[in-house]
Write a protein that binds this ligand. Structure first.
Ligand code: B4P
Length: 194
């Protein structure tokens, strides 16, 4: 089993690149953003609670997200591996993920961090907001999400760096060029299936 974390600030292209990685390496995609948005659209109690945080550009409480991840991993017992997109976003989430994977006798093998300059992030997210209708893609909320990232999520990079698992990848080239840079790292662990 090979497990990858795709890391980076809001709008750095985690969701975009995950699609390519999933197809090329046959990994199971777990995106906490997608899982939360699904709960919101189904108007579940979890979704109603999460929406309050998401609409303000804040992180959803750790326990909610960790519980969701744990059940999703359990649903796919024979996976070739997982790509975690947008998770972990706090040090507490990173530690919880390590414990969950250890219980399944596996671990995080590689963390790829997408590096994109802040003006570019804002431009991309405003652009996405114009078509996606996502309530957290307004300029005011985007600014808060980026602040929240620096405060709570950036330390996750140090956590993985201390274990020698972190690799930085430039994320402001085209989607194809960025994918090629990510693939160079993944190929050291796993052969493409396509
Ligand atoms: P997410 O859904 O994870 O969203 P994201 O970080 O904004 O986007 P991503 O980096 O995936 O960017 P994308 O590929 O779409 O989080 C949303 C919210 O959910 C969070 O704010 C939080 O409230 C909550 N949440 C999620 N996970 C959580 C957790 N673990 N704990 C607590 N709360 C959590 O790309 C963005 C845009 O850029 C797109 O329009 C794309 O087309 C464009 N783009 C991508 N790559 C490009 C490139 N190379 N060139 C030009 N444009 C590009």
């Amino acid at each position: 089993m090979f497990n990858l974390v795709l890391f980076g600030p809001p709008g750095s292209g985690k969701g975009t690149q995950s699609e390519n990685i999933v197809k090329t390496y046959n990994l199971q995609h777990i995106s906490t953003g997608d899982l939360l948005r699904e709960e919101v659209s189904r108007h579940t109690p979890l979704g109603t609670e999460a929406k309050k945080y998401m609409d303000q550009g804040m992180l959803v409480p750790d326990e909610v997200v960790i519980g969701m991840i744990s059940s999703r991993i359990d649903e796919i017992p024979d996976a070739r591996g997982f790509i975690f997109d947008g998770f972990p976003r706090t040090r507490h989430q990173a530690e919880a993920l390590d414990k969950l994977l250890e219980f399944k006798q596996t671990k995080i093998h590689l963390v790829l961090a997408l590096d994109v300059p802040e003006p570019q992030l804002i431009k991309r997210l405003i652009g996405r907001g114009e078509t996606s209708g996502r309530s957290d893609d307004t300029e005011e909320v985007i600014t808060k999400r980026i602040k929240e990232y620096h405060l709570k999520t950036q330390p996750v990079a140090d956590y993985y760096s201390a274990y020698g698992k972190l690799e930085q990848v430039t994320g402001d080239h085209t989607v194809a060029e960025t994918f090629a840079s990510l693939a160079k790292h993944i190929n050291k662990y796993l052969l493409p299936v396509t």
